[in-house]
Design a protein. Sequence first.
Length: 152
Amino acid sequence: MDISPLTFRPGLPEDAGLIRAFVRATYAKWVPVMGREPLPMTADYDLALQKHRFVLAFDGAALAGVLETVPEADHLWVENIAVRSDLQGKGLGQRLIGLAEAQARDAALPQVRLLTNAALTANVAFYQRYGFDITATEPFRGGFVVWFAKGV
């Protein structure tokens, strides 16, 4: 990885505003591509922090990445993974995926699953590059979503 040393910590209830602002800024570039705000931009992070597990990555004092996961009966669901735009392509997304895989292994879950909008071709390619298989593609809000799974 060619970015400065990062620190990681769990997301806390008081981080809701920080996460909301970060996700809105990070996902803003996708609005013109999708023709609407991606769902993470409209999420209730106050509620999500009560129900989901968050890992926050910091580059110094600045938030650099967010991983939001939910353990299910037979897999770990990645609800959201976001990397600050200026750090994309530098390995942080891969590290966050690695953390999700470790969470799945620790919980004895055999897979990590997630989805992305098919119009976000860079995201589709990223997940495929890191070993995720496409399990389904289906219509959603005038476009398509791509479902992925990866064994751990």
